[in-house]
Design a protein. Structure first.
Lengths: 146, 146
DNA sequence: CTGGCTGCAAATCTTTTGCATCCTG
DNA sequence: CAGGATGCAAAAGATTTGCAGCCAG
């Protein structure tokens, strides 16, 4: 319990941000979180222990962490942004049915033969398919191609 | 000029959609388009030749084409969806500055060592960096990492 | 004390939807 | 002529912003 707070405090100090209870709660929730939560998810989770927390504060906090390189903003889910506290370069696997997102740490060789003169600074692979829970009960409706 | 119309008509017939002037215009605009336009871009472009065109119609048309596998909806731009009439599997290169999107047709070997029991059905690589026009005048502000 | 933060509400922006009317097949 | 398609406006979501008051440093 204490380590989490300490880690959250360290991050704020390192970034020159004030140590507010709201920030501590958000950072504590994100630390080690591999669920790739949305802003709404984070707000809901943190609100449980911290009633009165504003969604705007969540967005503000996420934006400052993202701008300082402490948080990745994933565009992998078409309907909303997802956040990942693991800022090491890695890839993602998304379930087309339940939208669960899992991490892929494998390093791939992605030499681009002809980058049209672009200066490439990074990459991200999105694998899509069906998670173990969803691949059985696959919906008979849309084939859900992307 | 005639080929475009014919091609648009063929697509509608193949999909069992009615041949309306709005659809012809949208399909005509998308045919061979490699700019990865947003719904707003498409609406603006088509409105020029077809005043009165409704944005809702653009969204409806794009949704039906996407559902029938004739159009890819790209989630590559955080602020809005982009559309790609090239439905062959391929990857994208996005300029972090001007948001231009270019196609990468190279095929990469993306064997995932441990997919956590997921059934993987596809993948998409997003390369990011700076296009030839932007890499010179790189903004001194945010490093814009993703 | 003072500037950065928070909460609230209003504003934006993108995308979706309901519905009456229109027009293709 | 009928059902799909269109246009308009309203609605729905997600995210951003303005601002007054609050609190960490």
């Amino acid at each position: 319990m204490r380590e989490k707070n300490t880690k959250a405090q360290d991050i704020c100090k390192e970034l020159g941000l004030k140590l507010t209870p709201q920030r501590m709660a958000i950072l504590g929730y994100l630390d080690g979180n591999t669920a790739h939560p949305s802003a709404e998810d984070i707000h809901a989770a943190v609100s449980r222990r911290f009633p009165g927390m504003s969604l705007a504060t969540v967005y503000n906090t996420l934006a400052s962490l993202r701008d300082r390189g402490k948080l990745l903003e994933l565009t992998i889910d078409p309907s909303k942004k997802r956040y990942d506290p693991d800022t090491r370069p890695h890839h993602h696997l998304i379930c087309l049915d339940c939208k669960r997102v899992s991490d892929i740490d494998h390093v791939f060789d992605l030499e681009v033969p002809d980058p049209f003169g672009y200066e490439i600074t990074g990459n991200h692979i999105e694998f899509y398919g069906y998670c173990p829970e969803c691949k059985g009960k696959k919906t008979t409706s849309a084939p859900a191609r992307r």
